[in-house]
Design a protein around this ligand. Structure first.
Ligand code: 5CA
Length: 163
């Protein structure tokens, strides 16, 4: 297991990134899987729409990674996403995500990545008082006000969902 896979190190990066951004968070280890938005919502006692999916895509031309923060039930609209990124996108390989961000799929957080990643956020998330996101491990989550979270993630708010 390398550093990227150690939950404690990954969670610590999320906590440090939040602190650096002036965002007060409390990471909760649920003791059960929060890998999917549905599982996370069940554990958090919130709606699936309040779960922030942190989806990593890769530019077909540049190879750069891009982060899309999408409300649980929504699907990322790849055409809209590509327009924002300025290049066609493909889903990043799980191993590449882990190596570059330091987070394994299912625990990818919106903040605390090893590398700086341009981020875009689903505008529908702003309609909630509180949203929940992965905190760097597949059983770890934290709650935040969506505007403060997107500010900490330096995410551009946009129409990125299908439909
Ligand atoms: N912890 C939960 C909610 S906070 C979570 O991380 N949800 S998630 O949606 O952000 O992460 C799961 C996502 O990983 C899936 O929606 C899917 O888009 C992505 N994913 C699952 N399998 C793969 C894969 N093989 N390659 C790339 N991405 C994948």
């Amino acid at each position: 297991m390398n550093d990227a896979e150690k939950p404690a190190g990954s969670i610590a990066r999320v906590v440090a990134a939040a602190r650096d951004a002036g965002l007060a968070i409390e990471v909760r280890r649920m003791g059960a899987s929060t890998r999917t938005a549905e599982e996370a919502a069940a554990q958090c006692g919130c709606s699936v729409a309040q779960i922030v999916k942190s989806l990593v895509f890769q530019g077909e031309r540049s190879g750069r990674l891009y982060l899309f923060l999408v409300s649980g039930p929504n699907r990322l609209d790849l055409a809209k996403a590509a327009t924002l990124a300025g290049e066609p996108l493909k889903r990043a390989e799980p191993r590449h995500v882990r190596d570059e961000t330091g987070f394994a799929i299912g625990g990818v957080a919106p903040i605390g990545h090893r590398i700086a990643i341009p981020a875009f956020a689903d505008e529908t998330l702003l309609g909630f008082d509180v949203v929940w996101a992965a905190a760097g491990a597949h059983d770890a989550v934290f709650a935040a006000a969506p505007d403060a979270l997107m500010n900490a993630a330096k995410a551009k708010i946009a129409d990125i969902a299908e439909g």
